[in-house]
Design a protein around this ligand. Structure first.
Ligand code: SF4
Length: 709
């Protein structure tokens, strides 16, 4: 069987080579020479990763194409054939892109670095435990059942070929938020997913381009992928299967084909047959050896993160609560164990059943009482923040805001499926216990639906929010005995250690010190571990002996020491999913900050994607650092280097996002006009213009001691 696969792949390579030669002629005639694939710092990614060659012009493509064919002539074994197909397929797609054959389309096509970084935390914390590729042809009914099953199992699914077309024809929601991504209709576009998998080794894994064996090994072991191929397998599908199998991605087919096992690549079969569509996903998961835990409340709706980003529009709404339309709030309170009637849901209000059945609008006060031997008052906001996710993960339910500005909608479809008001309580009790099982032993939910009750209780809740805020605002790095680590990203970036303190949240924005503390209590052997502070070696730079010991141990000896509050002297390492990058601007004696999602140029001549390509992978890069948005307005932001006075440039959208808290910090520092003195893209995008701007506004960084000593 494998010999047939190799023969067919040779033929596909010949065909594609012919097409490549034609395209080379066309693009040369058009005078097209240099190019850049959209939103990537990695040239043609697969070739850059494995060969270390960053191709950015057509002549280099021509030469590399010849080189591959030459290599293949010398040796056409499985490895060389698989790699040759992957390279040649990638070149073919790139030339089509240069020739503008990939016109505006509803399909996603090439997947940029930004989305990969955005999904980084979900990939490491188990919210996306695997990536699937569906290929070929399947009717809409079976396809939707399979897609829904994959969504419920939180598997990010890419569709290529006629299945992509079929999905778009249905009215089902798709996109990265829905965990279902129609890549394109041509089978070669499967390589965009391979590109994505291989790029993970550079973005998160700290691998160096050109370290072919290490990168192949990384993808085989760390990137959990599988493919399911539907319908007759044509020659191109066979070549794609070889490319997938080369990276240890098993292919499950609904055709009658013998198993393929290649012991040098994986200890599980790489081609498996399963004709029963109700079992095919299970078969894929078993074959790849994945353990996927699905926590779902007993409600008549699909449930999981794939449904979290779904909007319920006004015209599709059956009933809504809050959102300035009716009074509403949500509050989690710690109680004694004896005070709680476990899993009890109380709905309090006159004739609430008939009012709910009518639909429209209703007041809603949600109080969740929790108790547990390991529960702490400080965990209340951590649990409360999860109400948003718990409700949103139900298909047809929508939640935004929090506390007393929450807004919940139930769609008509969800109502038709049988969702009741009580189910809201069921979601909250089940998921609070599932997610916080080690700290919450008992949970009881009260849903108040009478206006007067909600308004009165909201006042009480507001008092509690205020007390809580005051308590947490006072929490400083000096106040606590221990910090917490986050090692979640080590599944992709084995050398990276995040140290999370009250004044320095995790760089992905997903973990505050309290989150990490709660996560440790929930799972004492999990990714968040206590880090004893030890001796304070430098209060300005934020250097502690306990942190140094911990980081050295858990980075495998790669990082000897870190300063929590410096970008210049032994800064903390970065993985790949940072929300922002801080970069030193020597000419301006300061730093700029650029957020993920800003695609424009920065004054140092590099976009976010280029800067991101320079850091990450758990390596210290003085002068460059990944940070979370909330760290910018911390009192400890670059304290060792001069603090917020050093910031000379930020994109406008980032300035707006942090405006309120930044203003508080600027007032504290005695520089209330600082935000206006920080340039953005509307003022300048190059260094000369930035310097002119800073001089004009008399920016404080210009007066500070040199940032580079
Ligand atoms: S806190 Fe750090 S290690 Fe943890 S998920 Fe976020 S970036 Fe990764």
């Amino acid at each position: 069987m494998i010999n047939q696969v190799l023969e067919i792949t040779k033929k596909v390579i010949d065909d594609l080579s012919g097409k490549i030669n034609n395209l080379l002629e066309i693009v040369s005639k058009k005078g097209l020479s240099s190019f850049e694939l959209p939103d990537t710092a990695y040239g043609i990614p697969l070739i850059y990763a494995l060969e270390g060659i960053k191709i950015n012009n057509v002549e280099e493509i021509r030469n590399f194409h010849k080189e591959i064919l030459y290599r293949l002539k010398k040796q056409d074994d499985l490895n060389n054939l698989a790699l040759a197909y992957l390279y040649i397929g990638e070149i073919y797609l790139t030339l089509k892109y240069i020739n503008q054959e990939n016109k505006e389309t509803t399909y996603y096509g090439f997947i940029g670095d930004t989305i990969q970084r955005t999904l980084g935390v979900q990939l490491v914390d188990g919210r996306i435990p695997a990536v699937a590729v569906l290929l070929g042809e399947l009717n809409a009914d079976n396809l939707l059942k399979i897609v829904k099953e994959l969504q419920e199992k939180k598997i990010l699914t890419f569709l290529v070929g006629s299945v992509a077309q079929e999905l778009i024809k249905t009215s089902e929601r798709y996109g990265f938020e829905a965990y279902v991504v129609p890549v394109g209709t041509e089978l070669e576009q499967t390589l965009y997913v391979v590109d994505w998998a291989v790029r993970a080794s550079l973005i998160f894994g700290g691998q160096t381009p050109g370290q072919k064996d290490a990168i192949i090994d990384y993808v085989r072991k760390r990137v959990n992928t599988f493919a399911i191929a539907f319908g007759q397998i044509n020659e191109l599908a066979v070549a794609n299967a070889l490319g997938a199998m080369f990276f240890a991605c098993p292919v499950i087919t609904d055709q009658d084909l013998p198993e393929i096992i290649i012991n040098d690549i994986a200890d599980y079969p790489l081609l498996v047959s399963e004709k029963d569509y109700s079992r095919i996903v299970k078969k894929a998961i078993e074959t790849r050896g994945l353990k996927i835990v699905v926590e779902k409340p007993p409600i008549p709706l699909s449930y999981g993160p794939a449904f979290e980003g779904e909007r319920v529009r006004k015209e599709d709404t059956f009933i809504e609560f809050g959102g300035q339309r009716t009074p509403a709030f949500e509050l989690v309170q710690m109680k004694d164990l004896a005070e709680i009637d476990d899993e009890k849901i109380h709905i309090i209000g006159k004739e609430w059943q008939s009012r709910y059945e009518k639909g429209g609008q209703m007041p809603l006060g949600i109080i969740i009482n929790v108790a547990g031997k390991k529960m702490q008052k400080d965990f209340e906001p951590v649990i409360e923040r999860q109400i948003h996710t718990f409700i949103n993960e139900a298909e047809g339910l929508w939640h935004i805001g929090q506390r007393d500005i929450n807004w919940i909608r139930i769609s008509k479809k969800a109502k038709e499926a049988g969702i009741t008001l009580e189910h809201l309580g069921v979601i909250l009790t089940t998921m609070t216990k599932a997610k916080f099982r080690s700290i919450v032993d008992k949970v009881e939910v009260y849903l108040y639906v009478d206006q007067e009750d909600v308004i009165n209780l909201r006042e009480e809740a507001r008092k509690q929010y205020k007390e809580r805020d005051l308590r947490l605002a006072k929490l400083t790095d000096e106040d606590v005995d221990r910090f917490y680590s986050c090692l979640l990203c080590q599944s992709f970036a084995p050398k990276h250690v995040c140290v999370i303190t009250p004044e320095r949240p995790g760089l992905c924005g997903a973990f505050t010190w309290l989150d990490a503390k709660a996560a440790y209590e929930i799972e004492p052997t999990g990714g968040n571990q206590p880090v004893e502070k030890g001796n304070l070696l430098d209060p300005v730079y934020g250097r502690y002996s306990g942190i140094d010991e911990y980081v050295k141990k858990y980075s495998g000896g790669e990082t000897e020491t870190i300063n929590l509050y410096s970008i210049m002297e032994n800064p903390m390492t970065s993985c790949g999913c940072f929300e922002c990058i801080v970069a030193v601007v020597p000419e301006a004696n300061g730093v700029l900050i650029v957020n993920r999602g800003y695609n424009g140029m920065t004054p140092i001549g590099m976009k976010f994607s280029t800067l991101a390509g320079m850091i990450g992978g758990g390596v210290q890069t003085p002068g460059f650092m990944g940070v979370g948005v909330n760290y910018i307005t911390s009192r400890k932001f670059l304290k060792g280097d001069g603090g917020i006075r050093r910031i000379v440039w930020m994109p406008k959208e980032l300035k707006e996002r942090i405006r309120e808290s930044f203003q508080r910090r600027a007032d504290e520092e005695g520089i209330p006009q600082l935000l206006d003195k920080i340039a953005d893209e509307t003022a300048c995008e190059d260094i000369e213009c930035l310097l002119e701007f800073l001089i004009k506004v008399n920016h404080p960084a210009l007066e500070m001691e040199p940032i580079i000593k």
